[in-house]
Design a protein around this ligand. Structure first.
Ligand SMILES: C[S@@+](CC[C@H](N)C(=O)[O-])C[C@H]1O[C@@H](n2cnc3c(N)ncnc32)[C@H](O)[C@@H]1O
Length: 177
């Protein structure tokens, strides 16, 4: 093995990974929360806490590997919709949806959640820093045409108090007047 070639390939790979990360997590005009999956136990807990029912439509703002969408459908949601901008996660989550044969009930948009159609949702899930929740809150309040339940993991909407709270899961009924 020629170690110089190996070293150069490794270096190129590392540089490409840094560029990739910087673009999607920091530099993209749509940059939002970086990827950190919600533990699967908490995913189920959050959906139960939101009182998920059979006719619910669950929207995950930054759907990552699709775990919320798949669990929501497994728990009986009529539809689950994800918005994701990281190409690798879009690919991975779509593969998982296909493997679970949930293509008819789960849609993953390769699109920023800032441009999401929030009115598709009866339940919205979010796992993002307060600075993004702060920006999201007026947008939801303005755009939502009917009452929805938003469940947020780990972080609270800075402007308002949650309607309910269970450990580090915060539940809001929106829009608020
Ligand atoms: C903290 S992770 C949460 C992933 C998943 N919802 C979960 O709970 O396991 C945040 C996700 O939001 C995605 N993201 C960041 N900015 C976004 C944007 N503007 N539109 C859509 N997705 C975005 C990231 O790529 C990442 O997958």
């Amino acid at each position: 093995m020629n170690w110089t070639i190996f070293f150069n390939i490794a270096l190129i790979f590392i540089l490409l990974s840094i560029v990739y990360y910087l673009y999607f997590a920091v530099l993209s005009p749509n940059a939002g929360p970086v990827y950190k999956p919600t533990p699967i136990k908490r995913v189920r807990e959050m959906l139960k806490f939101a009182c998920l029912e059979k006719n619910d439509q669950v929207v995950d703002l930054g759907s990552g590997d699709g775990r919320f969408l798949i669990e929501a459908v497994k728990m009986g949601a009529e539809k689950a919709i994800g918005y994701e901008i990281d190409p690798l996660l879009i690919w991975e989550s779509r593969q998982k949806v296909k493997k679970a044969s949930f293509e008819k009930r789960i849609t993953i948009y390769a699109q920023s959640f800032w441009k999401a159609d929030f009115n598709q949702a009866s339940i919205i899930v979010a796992y993002m820093f307060p600075k993004y929740l702060k920006k999201l809150y007026p947008l939801l309040n303005k755009k939502l045409k009917r009452k929805i339940t938003l469940v947020s993991y780990d972080y609270q909407i800075p402007q308002i108090k949650p309607d309910q709270k269970k450990g580090n899961i915060y539940l809001y009924r929106l829009p608020r007047n």
